[in-house]
Design a protein around this ligand. Structure first.
Ligand code: SF4
Ligand code: SF4
Length: 326
């Protein structure tokens, strides 16, 4: 005797039980309808059919012949056979439960599909759920690398950690025409419908007409952005104030006077002027080099580049050293 022996034996018993007519026969015998005639009458099968099934049940010792005065009657051979029915009922209940749960999931998914986030709800004005463009994962091929799950930027995928498989959780969030995930899947587990399906939708829904207005708007936005960028560039190159730091004989060269004379016609002003002598001696001896700081500012918030050019020349001519200019 070994496990296999039991399995074969059990399989033979379940095979005998695995027939709806034989189950009906067992059920009727258990109720007390135990003769061939009664069974034929109730189960509505001909005599030979019922006899054949009775023979199979007898061979498996599921029923036995009961002695009776002048007719053949059958009886369930062991009470425990009734448990088979109870067990089958439990399994049935469970299956029904699972079916209900499955239906709930399907309904939930359908609801979720209906409640597409606003930004995914339409494709060029067409209800997105009317366009069957979305990925399908072949779970037998999927190796669970998660590349599609991580790469899709529209939240189409979820990932089943227990099964180690990618799951298409929000199919209508897929961008119509995109097939990136199928391209990058290392084992070709993702498929999409034929592209001709999209072309058909484009034709039927007059997508090319619909998008003209959008295209016009987009072009205007691009042009506007270009103009804005150019204006910003120009503005960034425009100088309205420049701060100088120079070292040299500021008094001897009469630098500040020369600058003032040169800019008298420009719309600028000199502000924050300071002269720093490096030593006490320098304070008394005006021939010592000093650090001179001043800022040239536009009085009209205009570009002062031309004025700055003049000042640069004067600084150079005066023999001053330009330390910084910003
Ligand atoms: S990219 Fe392909 S293999 Fe990787 S998880 Fe997605 S479907 Fe599976
Ligand atoms: S095709 Fe593009 S948008 Fe659609 S699921 Fe794949 S990566 Fe996401």
């Amino acid at each position: 005797m070994n496990d296999c022996y039991y399995c074969d034996e059990r399989a033979a018993i379940f095979k005998a039980l695995g027939n709806s007519v034989r189950l009906m026969i067992l059920s009727e015998i258990a109720k007390g309808n135990s003769s061939l005639c009664e069974l034929v009458d109730i189960i509505k099968r001909d005599k030979s059919t019922i006899s054949r099934h009775l023979k199979i049940l007898r061979e498996m010792n599921l029923i036995e012949i009961k002695s009776s005065s002048n007719r053949v009657e059958y009886a369930i051979s062991m009470d425990c056979i009734g448990n088979y029915f109870l067990c089958a009922n439990d399994v049935m209940d469970r299956r029904i439960d699972m079916k209900i749960k499955l239906n709930d999931i399907i309904k939930k998914e359908a609801k979720m599909a209906e409640k597409l986030p606003e930004k995914f709800a339409k494709w060029h004005g067409i209800d997105r759920t009317k366009i069957p463009w979305y990925p399908v994962v072949d779970v037998d091929k999927c190796i669970g690398c998660k590349l599609c799950f991580v790469s899709c930027g529209r939240g189409v995928y979820d990932f089943d950690m227990e099964e180690n498989k990618a799951v298409v959780a929000h199919k209508y969030q897929c961008l119509v025409g995109c097939s990136t995930c199928a391209t990058i899947c290392p084992v070709g587990a993702i498929s999409f419908p034929e592209r001709s399906m999209i072309q058909k939708v484009e034709k039927e829904e007059k997508v090319l007409v619909r998008i003209q207005e959008k295209a016009k708007k987009k072009k205007a936005e691009i042009d506007m952005e270009k103009v804005r960028k150019e204006a910003m560039d120009k503005l960034s190159k425009t100088k309205t104030s420049v701060k100088y730091e120079v070292v040299g004989h500021v008094f001897e060269s009469a630098l500040m006077k020369s600058i003032r004379d040169a800019i008298k016609d420009c719309k600028v002003d000199l502000v924050d002027i300071s002269v720093e002598s490096p030593s006490l001696k320098g304070c008394w001896d005006q021939k010592a080099p000093s650090l001179t700081k001043f800022t040239v500012v536009s009085t009209e918030m205009e570009d002062i580049s031309q004025c700055i050019e003049k000042i640069d020349k004067i600084i150079k001519k005066a023999g001053m050293v330009l330390i910084s200019k910003e």
